[in-house]
Design a protein around this ligand. Sequence first.
Ligand SMILES: *[C@@H]1O[C@H](CO)[C@@H](O)[C@H](O)[C@H]1NC(C)=O
Ligand SMILES: *[C@@H]1O[C@H](CO)[C@@H](O)[C@H](O)[C@H]1NC(C)=O
Ligand SMILES: *[C@@H]1O[C@H](CO)[C@@H](O)[C@H](O)[C@H]1NC(C)=O
Ligand SMILES: *[C@@H]1O[C@H](CO)[C@@H](O)[C@H](O)[C@H]1NC(C)=O
Length: 521
Amino acid sequence: MDPYRILVLLSFFLRLHEGWATAVQGGQFAKGSIEVGGLELREHTTFTKIWTAAPLNSGDSSATFFSPSSLPSGFFPLGSHAQSHTPNPSPTRALIARDTANSLASPTDFTVLFSSNFSSPSPVFFWLPIPPPGYTAAGHVITTSPQKPPLSSLRCLPNHLLEPCHSDAPTWSPKSDLPFTVHLSYSLGTFVAGGEPPLHCLKKNDIALAAMPNLTQIRALIQTFSPIFNFHPKELYLPSSVPWFFNNGALLYTNSSSNGPVRIDPPGTNLPQGGTNDGAYWLDLPTDPASQNTIKAGNLSFAEAYIHIKPTLDGTATDIVFWLFYPFNGPARARAGFIEISLGRIGEHVGDWEHVTQRFSNFDGEMTQMYFSQHSSGEWVNAAELEYAAVGERRPAAYATLHGHAFYSKAGLVLKGEAEKIGIKDETAEEGAVMDAAAGCLVVSAEHLGLEEPAWLQYMREWGPKVSYDVDKELGKMMRFLPGKMKRGLRTLVGRLPKEMLGEEGPTGPKGKASWNGEES
Ligand SMILES: *[C@@H]1O[C@H](CO)[C@@H](O)[C@H](O)[C@H]1NC(C)=O
Ligand SMILES: *[C@@H]1O[C@H](CO)[C@@H](O)[C@H](O)[C@H]1NC(C)=O
Ligand SMILES: *[C@@H]1O[C@H](CO)[C@@H](O)[C@H](O)[C@H]1NC(C)=O
Ligand SMILES: *[C@@H]1O[C@H](CO)[C@@H](O)[C@H](O)[C@H]1NC(C)=O
């Protein structure tokens, strides 16, 4: 019997007998704690609420502050925790640490960073722990009393385990004219407060790779948690594998006039490798209309989910990214009230790469969140809010929108970029074609495992040509039928569309997207 199958059966057995026991476990992955430089780190989710910042004026931001509580013996917090007030602040996770080789130190003192009454019933004190030399307080402390917190209330980490990092948005900034903001360290779950407080994260190379799942475990995670993709019942443009696209006549063009387009071999070895997207090469459909129609439709029996594994949250979590390739992206449609508006060919393009990402904690091997890419952005959804086919089933649904292939966690209609009540229709529905991500998938990249990547993944140029239609002309066709206000709305709406949808740029492959190396936007 195939070892992956044994793991899956084993995990199913464990689940039946121990409730929601960890599905995949072994070695340093999902053993409950991560060991690093003489420390044992754990993920802690029990908190006491300390203080809620009521907004001073309507529109001001607010936040709730928490302190880790009921710690297992020998463990210490690294600071307090905070959550923005949107819409329901609940604490997520903070790391706690136990010393295994004299690596932790208590602070030597505390000083008040900031204190205030705001409009809250109780005053509040933000404390800066003073670390001994060679150590850093990776989190600050909040109390509602003017007494200094006990020195034993947290531990400082040795400098060599940390590196500076940044957060895109403050968790709390009470007032725009106040030089005081609160930022959360996403990997540690502790906050720092002040003018421009330096934020620390765990140094990537220390733990990043030790607690990551190996290939056996990755396959078991895929078998247990991977999504079921649902396409719209009216979808004309389904995914295919990349070799299917090449086999069915996709062509490689170059801007050098002496070379005509060439066929691409199935693994993509004759595509230019590496480099940047400089406009010198692009892909396009075969030239005869019958082949074009065949290739545009894709073919689900050949479709594959291409999987990229990457460490995240400083190696305390693993992102499993599922990329789908569609030979063709259909035209966008808009909606104003009950009126459907065709946008002509706007939105159409050859070569469409879309993805969802599942995030797993390397502490317990559980899926915590899933990201759904939607045009040039997307959204994270907590695992508990995902749609599962049946009770006890752990494989979530992902719905792809008709023609545009944006992903959503639930079926329904979303109007994107609404202007004057006109929005682009992102429409998903049940009862269309379905693709089981686990049934046809290929792990194409996992830096920590040094896997060899397929040649087509190294192709950094465009997977489709620039637009072959005139956006203004396409718009003009629709405008004739609309009242003035809606015309303005439609123009604004189209102005907001991502460049790729407007066809001003051909789409790049997975490695050309910012999320390949960075966080999801
Ligand atoms: C992955 O780790 C597990 C648990 O330690 C081990 O049984 C398995 O052989 C490993 N697989 C690979 C491919 O290294
Ligand atoms: C909060 O307000 C009360 C009453 O105005 C005042 O006595 C107290 O000193 C204030 N506390 C702080 C921390 O500013
Ligand atoms: C093709 O594109 C490359 C990269 O942008 C450029 O350097 C080159 O001049 C172009 N060649 C022609 C013939 O336009
Ligand atoms: C997909 O390919 C299979 C095998 O070649 C073929 O039988 C099937 O008709 C194709 N499906 C579509 C929708 O073209």
